[in-house]
Design a protein around this ligand. Structure first.
Ligand code: NAP
Length: 299
């Protein structure tokens, strides 16, 4: 078997196009374009690139981007005050604090300043809790057409994975889904989304006794580990759908958490790295900014 390659760039482009069309329709009806505030602290080069890409993507779909850049030595109180002001500003629909923050800053405390309806990263306890409780799920992660305010906002990378699974036609209901990785950012919210889609979900981590045997059960196998090619091709069940969230910079270039060639020889469908999950994260962020604007009733 040679797997179908799931083209994340194309799927992300489709999402961006739908967001752009919805923003244009909103403006044509006399509404404001959504406003997304980004907060970047310190001089981490990767964070600067990520935020620049997010701002460029906003511009391309008609979302207004407001940017705040602060030195790593900014006083904690100043940062808390800024995020509080953005939260009260009616022209700001969504707030994104680029993580990780430099040492000495408490990201939980800062995220705590953001109202759930402005939490475009879906990382505040309320949004994460609604997802964990099954009060929000796949519809909230993927719905773009409804003008109604969403019941909550879902984290971008997990939503992107669900959109790739939807487009690839993977059968989720009744399937065995295995996630390797239990981070707050990816593994945990994905487990909730796959449960919401009626999959039977197993989450592996660094203390899992037999990852190989667990992965071998998976109809849907998702790797979000941060260890290059940890998931071996021979662990993949023939006919499985494999989603590789990992982005690892190695001497050989960017590689995922899955051994691609040998996994592709067994899977029915698989995401490449780069060009798989990566492009989806920004696309889903734009979608969340649009949803956040729909939740902003202060105009
Ligand atoms: P993370 O917070 O470091 O979490 C990694 C998870 O993997 C943890 O749950 C850890 O287990 C588990 N793990 C680590 N080593 C393991 C091993 N040898 N065997 C089994 N499990 C192991 O990472 P993350 O933020 O979820 O990111 C994971 C990967 O996805 C990274 O490569 C990151 O760059 C990438 N990523 C990509 C995007 C994107 O847009 N495509 C977005 C976010 C992240 P414990 O909990 O037991 O420590």
């Amino acid at each position: 078997m040679t797997a179908e390659i799931i083209d994340g760039r194309a799927v992300a482009q489709d999402v961006r196009g739908r967001v752009a069309a919805a923003v244009a329709a909103r403006v044509a009806e006399g509404g404001r374009p959504p406003g997304l505030a980004t907060v970047l602290v310190g001089d981490d080069p990767a964070s600067h690139v990520y935020v620049a890409n997010k701002r460029k993507a906003c511009k391309e779909v008609g979302i207004r981007s407001l940017h705040h850049e602060l030195g790593a030595d900014v006083a904690r109180e100043e940062l808390v005050t800024l995020v509080g002001e953005l939260d009260r500003d009616p022209s700001v629909d969504g707030i994104l604090v680029q993580l990780p923050l430099p040492a000495g800053h408490d990201s939980d405390q800062l995220l705590g300043q953001i109202s759930p309806r402005k939490d475009v990263d879906g990382l505040t306890p309320i949004n994460a809790g609604l997802l964990a409780q099954g009060k929000i799920g796949v519809a909230e992660a993927l719905e773009l057409e409804s003008p109604d305010p969403p019941a909550g906002l879902v984290a971008c990378t997990p939503s992107g994975v669900m959109e790739l699974l939807r487009v690839s036609g993977a059968q989720l209901e009744g399937s065995e889904a295995v996630i390797v990785g239990r981070s707050t950012l990816v593994g945990r919210p994905l487990a909730s989304l796959l449960l919401a889609a009626n999959a039977t979900v197993t989450v592996c981590h660094s203390r899992t006794a037999d990852i190989a045997a667990t992965c071998a059960r998976a109809d849907v196998l998702i790797a979000a580990v941060g260890v290059p090619e940890l998931v071996r091709g021979e662990w993949v069940k023939p006919g499985a759908t494999v989603i590789d969230v990992g982005i690892n910079r190695t001497e050989a270039g960017l590689v995922g958490d899955v051994e691609f060639d040998s996994a592709a020889a067994r899977a029915a469908a698989i995401t490449p790295v780069p060009g798989g999950v990566g492009p989806m994260t920004i696309a889903m962020l734009l979608a969340n900014a649009l949803r956040a604007a729909r939740a902003n009733r202060s105009d």
